[in-house]
Design a protein around this ligand. Sequence first.
Ligand code: NAP
Ligand code: G4F
Length: 405
Amino acid sequence: MKKALIFGITGQDGSYLAEMLLEKGYEVTGVTRRVSVNTTERISHILHKINIVEGDITDGFNVMRIIEDFKPDEVYSLAAQSHVGTSFSQPNLTWDVTAGGVLNILEAIRHSDRCFDMRFYQASTSELFGKNYDETENGEKFQNEKTQFMPQSPYAVAKMAAHNMVRIYREGYGMHASSGILFNHESERRGEDFVTRKITKWIGGFIGFKEALRREYNLKIFKTEFSEDKIVFKCGVTNQVLSSYPKLRLGNLDASRDWGHAKDYVRAMWMMLQRTDPDDYVIATGEAHTIREFLDAAFCKIDILDWSHCVVIDPEFYRPAEVEYLRGDRTKATDILGWEPEISFKELAFRMVDHDVKTQRLQRSNLQKISTNSSKTRQVHMSDVQEKGKESLAQCPPYNEVEFG
Ligand code: NAP
Ligand code: G4F
């Protein structure tokens, strides 16, 4: 039985990778940090099938001991401070974890008696390209393994250091060390402060809120109005203000990303380690979409075609330096690994919305939780509605989605 060691098993990718390796018959060990709250939500369904060891990649001795004790065949280095925005406010931490942590793992492998029995995967990133791209003869922009790196954030600089370390350890010490230059990949398990999940979480919350409001007031139709930062719900019959929901606050909507599904991407990680020769590969769908296009797809799933009323542009979410355009050319991965993505951009957005709507519906099923108004205000509104008589409300047309306007 092959043994895999995953640093970052509690993250989005770690959880999908662990599932996939278990299906392939691996013995899986995951490294988790000591934290005051439970972070194993994404792997709760497989916890009984895997080993968990406590560790932090910034502690070199700790990493060395884990590798010596567990004796893995494959080591996946997925742990990182992975949020680009946060790397501007916490550059030192980002450097220590995202660059230094990887060096600790590489050193632990290099000094092990089993150095050449282990294969190592590093989670590199399309952020390495930053500002830079190449162009086809038709003027289409793309990035591949030959595109020069021009990082735009402390996160990307840390990842570039790690990427170069992996190459040096491969070429200098002959280690089986590969880097996947993965373009953005998302999923139902994506961290909630990345833009795609932030959008689909908001949609889930919004739908759950509307449905709970409808149940609470026994209403079939709402009218909505839009203030600067809120969506105000009114009774379709009496025009009474019932409640309000905060708008979705986002930063730059014009950047383009090459978005795939994480499940497809962890397959590529494993494929790299099955090759006799270690190497670096770009993993991407080859399609670029703006944040606006993701909003189009996600809101379309709930039949809202004009989402502009629901979104506020907030300078807080702009970055000091932005990566404007990422579109990967995966030719090498397809030719050598035989890797292709299976989940399309639209399916990705729909799956994420479906998941978040379902989750929020469950959470909102308790009527008491619904209103952002105080309970006192809600009672006043309730009694107003009741005074008007439930009969008149019952004459409302059947409920569809919220009617805007
Ligand atoms: P993620 O959800 O943010 O997961 C990061 C993981 O790293 C978590 O398990 C986290 O543990 C762990 N971690 C953070 N600091 C640690 C430390 N000091 N010691 C040990 N573990 C630590 O990230 P992801 O989306 O799964 O991405 C996986 C990797 O791929 C990351 O390295 C990321 O930078 C890289 N990457 C991601 C993408 C993408 O689009 N998703 C694209 C390219 C590259 P806690 O649960 O305790 O926080
Ligand atoms: O979802 P994001 O935070 O992802 P970003 O910066 O592309 O980084 C992700 O992908 C990288 C691979 O290219 C990984 F290496 C990295 O670990 C991470 O997984 O932001 C995407 C875009 C950016 O242009 C950002 O400025 O969305 C824009 N954006 C607009 N409003 C926002 C927001 N991003 C976030 N997080 N939050 C916003 O409100």
